[in-house]
Design a protein around this ligand. Structure first.
Ligand code: COA
Length: 159
């Protein structure tokens, strides 16, 4: 069984992330979305809330599971019997950091391969920070994040 993890902060999940998850779910038998709990940036949504939002928008994908994690990504992958890490590349700016992370993770666990997917060009400009900024200015989030979570983001940004 080919199992992959797709890690990130997902604060919150965007259509760019969802596009990667949907495409990966067609390639792998199982995709585990890993939500990093421990973050230097203070998240807007708690880890539980981020997991819940992802579960809602991936409900139609029966080989996708979501869980939060702390600590090393390679350990999370091992716990879930995954030997592939999926990362999305949006622009060339993502490359250097992702290249370093992939090499570091490979050093930590030689059995684990990082595979990159090119983000759909429609979403290459999206980031979770941009979504939060836009929501803070009451901007239109449709087409940027899944429709079913727009109200949650608006409500959170009002608090
Ligand atoms: N569509 C839209 N946005 C995307 C995207 C896509 N396909 N891919 C990435 N992004 C955005 C993210 O939303 C994020 O935006 P933000 O900075 O505004 O929050 C940004 O691009 C960076 O994404 P990413 O590089 O995936 O970082 P991340 O913070 O979401 O996740 C981890 C980083 C969790 C993968 C990484 O920190 C990790 O593995 N940590 C565990 C500890 C570890 O093992 N470290 C390595 C060894 S020390």
């Amino acid at each position: 069984m080919r199992i992959a993890v797709y890690p990130g902060s997902f604060d919150p999940i965007t259509n760019g992330h969802l596009d990667i998850i949907e495409r990966a779910s067609k390639i792998f038998d199982k995709v585990i979305v890993g939500v990093l709990r421990n973050k230097n940036k203070k998240p807007l949504f708690s880890a539980e809330e981020r997991v819940d939002l992802i579960k809602r928008v991936t409900n139609h994908l029966n080989n996708v599971e979501t869980a939060s994690f702390d600590g090393l990504l390679v350990e999370f992958a091992k716990q879930h019997n995954a030997n592939v890490i999926i990362k999305g590349l949006r622009t060339v700016n993502d490359f250097e950091y992702e290249f370093q992370m992939a090499l570091l993770n490979k050093t930590l666990n030689d059995e684990c391969e990082t595979m990159f997917m090119m983000t759909n060009s429609m979403y290459s400009y999206i980031s979770s920070s941009m979504v939060k900024e836009l929501a803070g200015y009451k901007g239109n989030l449709s087409g940027i994040v899944p429709d079913e979570i727009i109200q949650n983001i608006k409500d959170k940004c009002k608090q």
